[in-house]
Design a protein around this ligand. Structure first.
Ligand code: ADP
Length: 397
């Protein structure tokens, strides 16, 4: 069966068409600037060149229509008709406490996801628009929702409750939810396969390090703690997000800078992290170049970043009473050998020794610790689209 995977944001929409038998990506691409001037679709069939077409996309329905037109195009398409698309898998960011696993999308599910909109105002409404657009254009094709939060629903109460009045949990469901669950689940499973160990007997710490970054403790196949919280602002320092801070800093900044709560949140979400610390970039590639050139501002940002990740790893060793494997994934985790080295330099107490030849490789599943290392360290490229396609297949079969 061919499965269309959709990751719908507020102004962009990423897609992949995956053959579920071979797991080959038949085509992939992105619609950019939806609802804004200059919208375009980038479409790439398997083994072919990228085709970039500028075309007005006043809304997501038009964007999905262009995706379906591209997939069925007589020259560059990869299927003859929409009948060859057996199901659609949607990435959904927030499922609250209602969804501990992926689900077939029904009207009831749409209503339940809509109730979670307040918890992810930037993401959930956009995800729902994508579902609505697919419903209009492919009304009989089954759709599945795969939630970023679902994998973390196994966290115990001591990990998900905050030290604030319990009534806020009861009334408003304020708690840790965690994100990047599809990635943490995929990468931790893959780690067990690579190490040839049973997934349900392994303690793994996954470091998903991209623009958004989170660390997850996976014990015996279940997420038992993760660094992001009610929202993706908590946890390690990120590209532009502050991660953990003393909550009182918010009041202090508000008074000093004469900002209201929206202004303070904007600083913490968009002007902090390594961008705020380096004062010049949120991009880890730029930072890597600047660190290699000896720039103090970049070195400062990267030191704070690596330290914040190392501290989370330490706390999850405590949470799981040990660790068998530490795994790096996502844009930065997969590609930056210096960051991996800096983080592992803090972990001598785990008996970690890196094999720098392996650590220098890119784009593959690889063990980067030496055979003598007491804890295994790996790089496992994440593949959220494939994970969504697998979940979708399992439910529509
Ligand atoms: P997100 O999905 O959260 O936007 P990604 O997982 O794509 O993030 O990671 C983006 C980050 O990874 C960027 O800061 C980028 O500089 C870094 N990155 C991506 N590719 C490379 C690379 N080849 N070398 C070094 N850093 C990279």
């Amino acid at each position: 069966m061919n499965i269309l995977v959709i990751n719908c944001g507020s102004s962009s929409l990423k897609f992949q068409l995956i053959n579920s038998e071979t797991e080959a990506v038949l085509a992939k691409g992105i619609c950019e600037r939806i609802g804004i001037d200059g919208s375009r679709i980038v479409y790439q069939p398997e083994g072919g060149q990228k085709i970039i077409t500028e075309s007005p996309m006043p809304d997501h329905t038009q964007a999905i229509k262009l995706v379906l037109d591209s997939l069925t195009d007589t020259e560059t398409g990869v299927v003859k008709s929409l009948d060859e698309i057996g199901a659609v898998g949607h990435r959904l960011v927030h499922g609250g406490e209602k969804f501990a696993s992926s689900t077939i999308i029904t009207d009831e599910v749409i209503a339940a996801v809509t109730e979670c909109n307040e918890l992810a105002p930037l993401h959930n409404p956009a995800n729902l628009i994508g579902i609505d657009a697919c419903k209009k254009l492919m009304p009989t094709t089954p759709m599945v929702g795969v939630f970023d939060t679902a994998f973390h629903q196994t966290m115990p109460e001591e990990a998900f409750l905050y030290g604030i009045p319990y009534e806020y949990y009861k009334k408003y469901k304020i708690r840790r939810y965690g994100f990047h669950g599809t990635s943490h689940s995929y990468v931790s499973k893959r780690t067990a396969e690579i190490l040839e160990k049973p997934y349900d007997q392994l303690k793994t710490i996954v470091c998903h390090l991209g623009n958004g970054a989170s660390v997850c403790a996976v014990k015996n196949g279940k997420s038992v703690d993760t660094s992001m919280g009610l929202t993706p602002l908590q946890g390690v320092i990120m590209g532009t997000r502050s991660g953990d801070i003393d909550p009182a800093i918010m009041e202090y900044i508000a008074k000093k800078e004469n900002l209201d709560i929206d202004g303070v949140m904007d600083v913490l979400n968009k002007k902090s992290g390594v961008l705020g610390l380096s004062e010049f970039t949120s991009d880890f590639r730029d930072l890597e170049d600047a660190v290699l050139a000896g720039r103090e501002d970049a070195i400062r940002a990267m030191k704070v970043f690596a330290y914040s990740v190392a501290k989370y790893i330490g706390s999850y060793v405590a949470a799981m009473n040990g660790v068998d494997a530490i795994v790096f994934t996502a844009g930065l985790g997969e590609n930056n050998k210096y960051v991996r080295t800096d983080i592992c330099d803090y972990l001598g107490y785990l008996g970690i020794e890196l094999n720098q030849e392996a650590n220098a490789k890119r784009g593959m599943d690889i063990v980067i610790s030496t055979p003598d290392s007491k804890t295994a360290v790996l790089v496992v490229p994440t593949n959220e689209e494939l994970a969504i396609a697998r979940e979708t297949l399992a439910l529509v079969k």
